[in-house]
Write a protein that binds this ligand. Sequence first.
Ligand code: ADP
Ligand code: MG
Length: 401
Amino acid sequence: MGVSMAKSTSILLISDDSGVSNAVTVALSDRPRVKLSAENRSVSSLNGAAVQMAAENDIVVFATDPGNKDDLTAIRALNAERGEHSIFLALADRDIPLARARALSDAGVDDVLPFPVTGDELGRQMEKWLQKAVGSRSGGGKEGAVIAVAQARGGIGATTVAVNLADQLLVRKNRFRKQPSNSVAIVDLDLQFGAVGDFLDIDPQEGLTQLATGDLLPDEMWVEQSLAETQGGLSVLSAPADFMPLEAINAKQIDTLVDALRKAHDYVVIDLPRALVDWIEPVVSNADEILVVSDTSVPSVRATRRLMDFYLADNPGLNIEVVINHEKRPMMLSAHHKEAARVLETKFEHWLPHDPKSARAAVDFGKPLSEVAPRSDLTKGLGNLARATAKRMPMGDRVSV
Ligand SMILES: Nc1ncnc2c1ncn2[C@@H]1O[C@H](COP(=O)(O)OP(=O)(O)O)[C@@H](O)[C@H]1O
Ligand SMILES: [Mg+2]
C-alpha cells in the first residue's frame, strides 16, 4: 500500500560515551515515531557538519560536563545555528551545582537531565520534550479549521466530498514536487461503515479501536502516532477494521480528539456517521463549519433540514453549507430548486456534477480525484468547494487554496 507514516520526531544524540548512548537508546526504544541518529563524539569536538546536522533535528541530546569551558563554547555554537523549534537537552551529573546548570541554560540548553539514571527515569524525563516537539512542529498554540461533512442520505457522496475536499485543501504550489503547503487531516468517524481508508488506499487503523477499549483521552502525541500519511501528504485516521458499537467512544474522547487534531493541522476534515450519536455534539460544537451533502430530491432536502435543526439546536451560530452532489450548477434554478432553497434557507452555492467515470476511477485506484481525473468537472467542482470553504475560515498560517 502506498503509505508512509506521519512525520516522526528526529533526535540527534551527541556523545562519545557508550553508557550514555545505550541509556538514551533504551529510553526511546518503544516509541514508534522517533528517529534517533547518533554522532559518536563529544560535544566539544563537533565539526561544522555536525553543527549543521543538529540544526535539522527536532531534539538534540548531548552529554556534557558543565565545568568544561569547551563544552559551553560548543553548545553556544550549536545554539547559534539551531532550528526554529529545536530542543536542546543536556545530560549532566545529578549533583550539578546550580550555577553550572544556569550556565548551560544561558548557553541555550532547554533542560538538564540527570545522568546516570535508574530504570525508565530518562524516558519519563524525555516524554515531555517529545510531546513538546510534536506540538511546536505543528505550530505551537495555533489552531486549524475543523470542517465536518454529513450526508442527507446514505451513498449521496459525503465521503467523496470529505476526502477530496481534504486533498484540495493541501495546496501543492509546485505540482512537480508535490510538496503540500498546508497540513490537512481527514478523519473517518463513520466508525462502522467508514470508507475513507479505502478511498485513499490506507489500511484500517487501530487508533479509534484503542479509544473504544479504554478511557484514553487522545492528545497531540496520540494524534501524531495514530495518523498515517498518504504519498500526497494527507494525514489520515481511518476507521477500524472490526465492528464496534458507536457508543463505545464517548463524547469527552471525541472532544479531546478534535481539539488535538486541530492543534496539529491547518485543516481537519471529519467524515461523520449517519447516526446522531451523542458524541456528534462535541464535533459540531468544535466545528468551524458543517457541510451537508445532499441532492435536491424531496427526501434528501427533508433529511438535510432535520440535520440542520439538530445541529443548530445547540449551536445557533454554526455555519452550515449545503453541497448538492450529482447535479451540475443549473443555468437557472427550477421551481423545485427554489422550493428546496427556501426550505433550507440557503442559496445553493456548491454543485458537483454527476460523473460516475471519474468517481469510480478514484475509488478503484484509491487516490483523490485530483490525481486520477485532474481535468474533470467533478474535480474542478471540488476545487471550487475547497476554495470557497477556505475563504470562509480565518486564515491563520494557512496557505490560501
Ligand atoms: N458526483 C458523483 N458522481 C458520480 N458518482 C459519485 C459522485 N459522488 C460520489 N459518487 C459515488 O457514489 C458512491 C457513494 O459515495 P460515498 O462518497 O461513499 O457516499 P456516502 O459517504 O455519502 O455514503 C461512491 O461509489 C462514489 O464514487
Ligand atoms: Mg461515507
